[in-house]
Design a protein around this ligand. Structure first.
Ligand SMILES: Nc1nc2c(ncn2[C@@H]2O[C@H](COP(=O)(O)O[C@H]3[C@@H](O)[C@H](n4cnc5c(=O)[nH]c(N)nc54)O[C@@H]3COP(=O)(O)O)[C@@H](O)[C@H]2O)c(=O)[nH]1
Length: 768
């Protein structure tokens, strides 16, 4: 078009130029033709002849000029026609719609393609404006751009817009518009090239729609994180779920390496390796549960699956779909908790307790232990619920659970079986009475008022049923049922009490607990008295010492034998108090006699297994010696052979520590245990006491005599002194003298006597 215009412009001056040339040439020819001919032709005749041709040449020149102009004109007309033809064909055959539109939007020229596109004939279109055919939503943009072109702010524009087809359908088109400036012969107009992109648009829209659907779907599940990474781990994609799960916004995450975002330190190498492997092989890693890192550094457990996407001509991309398992894990833990624990008190439930009991039974069977199952039920709990409401009832149950927990040892197991019923498993039960003692303790504790809420203090009572393994039952179900029926008995017998599965045990336990309570009182009131049984030198017959033996005269129950109360004191723990008192009495009395001027004698004190095993005996001994001033070398500690059966190293160490205090050490009841010679050799002992059973029968029974003899010899071989216990007759004494035994004690000389009487014995043997 531009070329055509330039030519047109040039041609406009051609006739003027031709006429001017003609006038100039004619003038020159008329003015100078005679001189020119004269100069060229000397012959006058020829000159005249030529001058007569002057008019013809002028005509000839004019004709030549006219011919040249005509030819030029024809050439221009032909090329104009050719251009018009080419333009016409281009428009007609173009694969896109083409329209010329004037400044008002009126179609002034349209091609067939456009007619096809819009469904209108050319005649119809030429009566229309493009505004009529443009989708209302795209019109303002189209017109805006058109104005910008008209105002010279841009030369052309392209736009994707919607046309309305004659049949009402929407046609998506890509429009390219350029302004054709005004010419001499024509108004300015726009050339529009319109390409149908409906198919592309449809596909694109479908794609966008499916991506939108996909994104909306993923975004509607905030616990699902979808992330895309390049082959080096750089973040390419980060959905809303990722923001929620990991705490990084899309802006913060995209462009950063995943190792810096969500991978904990210890997983870095593994993840780096996995990315490399996936990128090079194109194969995704198997789905797995991972604990990754949130923006705030807290751990988050996710179920992570992966996909490797390789688009044509593109590098591999790795997509991760992580499902946040935090809620799931919490629920799982909650469920696991509820399966085993009671939600109100957080104690194990019946199911868990039964498992614990089952395990404990296995151990008890294997190690020959006793255990007890206690079922405790609150008395009249219903009244509390009815009077104060269920909230208060729940609070009471929680406080009771706390109290019971405090009473239990680490090795006991406490559970809530349901309602107001609790169960306790006591493992490693020493005696059946221990269970009753514990039950008694629980009942006393529950009677103490409990603060439930401000201004509301309540106390409660309970009934307890006890069944024992192996005494009563040997399996979980039977033990629980046994405890339950004992509980029923306790309830029907007046409540706030305990019952064993068997009545005999209940009576026995009650008796023992009454005794225990009286013993406690006796210790408090210092009613236990030390008696002294003389120990004599076999060769000289002189008193060299005494064994302190406790005597208990209860004001109501009368004389109670140490054989009864010492084991009770041992199982209740009271033995520590008793042991302390005896030790003190021995040292104070011994020192008093020394002060009085009596001959120095050894005072032997019995030390029970419990005292020996507790670890503070050495300190206790040191303290008592220091307080009393009694010489350590005159104090003898008697340890039974069974006490030596504790942990060997511990026994050796304790003995050594005691020996360092300066006291003498004796092994009591020797011959009843299983001490090996090697073991005895390691112990820093001074004296070995032959058990009275061997002495009692030695005169009648040769075996016992031989044993007694062997023990005495063994003691001497090990460089110990030997004392024979329970010597009742002169015959026994004579035999012991023969066997070279060093010392003896027994009824033959004296029973254990009160301190005053023993003092008299001592004085009697003093030289006058
Ligand atoms: N840990 C402590 N144990 C103590 C204490 N006081 C006593 N006991 C132990 O109690 C058991 C019974 O003691 P007891 O009834 O006093 O009997 C002792 C003697 O009375 C008795 N004995 C002494 N001589 C004879 C005798 O000739 N014949 C005979 N039948 N019995 C006699 O032997 C008991 C002393 O035994 P032992 O201690 O083994 O030397 C008893 O085991 C006491 O140890 C105490 O304070 N702490």
């Amino acid at each position: 078009m531009k070329q055509l215009d330039a030519r047109r412009k040039k041609l406009r001056y051609y006739p003027l130029l031709g006429a001017l040339c003609y006038l100039v040439l004619g003038f020159l020819w008329i003015t100078f033709s005679d001189q020119l001919l004269s100069a060229l032709v000397t012959d006058a005749a020829t000159l005249t002849r030529y001058q007569s041709y002057k008019g013809y040449t002028y005509v000839l020149l004019t004709a030549l000029l006219a011919w040249l102009l005509l030819k030029q004109r024809l050439h221009f007309a032909r090329s104009l026609l050719k251009s018009e033809y080419l333009l016409e064909q281009t428009i007609a055959r173009a694969a896109a719609g083409i329209a010329h539109v004037n400044a008002d939007g009126q179609f002034i020229r349209v091609n067939d393609e456009l007619c096809n596109l819009l469904g209108y004939s050319a005649t119809e279109l030429l009566t229309m404006r493009f505004q009529q055919l443009t989708h209302p939503m795209d019109l303002s943009r189209d017109q805006g751009l058109l104005h910008e072109v008209l105002q010279g702010r841009r030369q052309s524009y392209t736009l994707e817009k919607r046309y309305l087809h004659k049949n009402g359908q929407i046609i998506w088109a890509r429009l390219s518009v350029a302004l054709i400036a005004e010419t001499e012969n024509s108004e300015p107009f726009f050339v529009s090239v319109i390409q149908d992109i409906s198919d592309v648009k449809l596909t694109q829209m479908k794609l966008e729609e499916s991506e939108l659907r996909f994104r909306t779907l993923l975004d509607s599940m905030p616990t699902i994180s979808v992330q895309g990474y390049d082959e080096e781990g750089k973040t390419l994609y980060w959905n809303k779920g990722s923001e929620k799960v990991y705490g990084y916004s899309r802006k913060e995450a995209v462009g950063r390496n995943l190792l810096d975002l969500i991978i904990p330190e210890k997983m870095q190498d593994g993840v780096r390796e996995a990315i490399n492997l996936m990128a090079s092989s194109g194969e995704a890693r198997h789905a797995e549960e991972l604990t990754l890192r949130r923006k705030d550094g807290s751990p988050v457990t996710v179920y992570s699956s992966h996909a490797v996407i390789i688009l044509p001509d593109k590098k591999p991309q790795i997509y991760c779909i992580d499902i946040d398992l935090t809620d799931y894990k919490q629920q799982e833990a909650q469920l696991a908790f509820l399966a085993q624990y009671d939600p109100l008190t957080h104690l194990p439930n019946r199911h868990y307790f039964a498992n614990q009991l089952d395990q404990a039974l296995k151990v008890a069977r294997r190690e020959n232990l006793q255990l007890a199952v206690l079922i405790l039920d609150l008395d009249n709990f219903k009244n509390i619920n009815d009077s104060y409401g269920h909230k208060t009832g729940d609070l009471l149950l929680q406080r009771v659970a706390e109290k019971l927990q405090i009473c239990c040892r680490e090795t006991d197991s406490l559970a809530r079986l349901g309602g107001d019923e609790f169960a306790i498993l006591i493992e490693h039960l020493d005696t059946p009475e221990d269970a009753a003692r514990f039950a008694q303790e629980l009942l006393q504790n529950l009677q103490q008022p409990m603060l439930l809420e401000q201004d509301l203090e309540l106390s409660t009572a309970a009934s307890i049923g006890i069944s024992l393994y192996p005494t009563h039952h040997d399996n979980v179900e039977a033990l629980l049922q046994g405890a339950d029926s004992a509980l029923y008995k306790a309830k029907s017998e007046g409540r706030n009490t305990y019952y064993y599965y068997s009545d005999q045990l209940t009576a026995q336990a009650r008796q023992r607990l009454v005794l225990e309570s009286r013993l406690r009182q006796a210790i408090k009131k210092q009613q236990l008295r030390c008696y002294y049984q003389p120990q004599l030198d076999i060769k000289t017959g002189s008193i060299i010492g005494a064994e302190l033996l406790l005597r208990w005269q209860d004001p109501e129950l009368g004389f109670i034998s140490p054989d009864l109360f010492i084991p009770l004191a041992e199982s209740s723990g009271l033995i520590h108090l008793i042991g302390q008192q005896v030790l003190q009495q021995a040292c104070i009395q011994g020192q008093a006699w020394l002060n009085e001027g009596l001959p120095p004698i050894t005072l032997a004190v019995n030390v029970s297994v419990q005292q020996f095993g507790r670890g503070d005996l050495e300190q206790q001994v040191k303290m008592v010696l220091a307080e009393s001033g009694f010489p350590a070398r005159l104090l003898e500690l008697e340890v039974t052979e069974s006490a030596l059966m504790l942990d060997e190293e511990k026994v050796v160490l304790t003995m050594q520590q005691l020996r360092e205090t300066g006291v003498r050490l004796a092994i009591d009841d020797f011959g009843t245990g299983y001490s090996s010679l090697a073991y005895l050799q390691r112990l820093p002992l001074d004296i070995l006491k032959v058990d009275r059973r061997f002495i009692a029968n030695m005169t009648a029974n040769t075996d016992d005599r031989q044993i007694a003899k062997a023990i005495i010899e063994l003691g001497h071989t090990l460089r110990f002194e030997v004392l024979a216990e329970g010597v009742e007759t002169a015959e026994q004494l004579a035999l012991l003298q023969e066997m070279a035994c060093d010392y003896y004690q027994g009824y033959y000389f004296s029973k254990a006597v009160p301190a005053e009487e023993f003092r008299r014995l001592l004085l009697q043997q003093q030289p006058a």
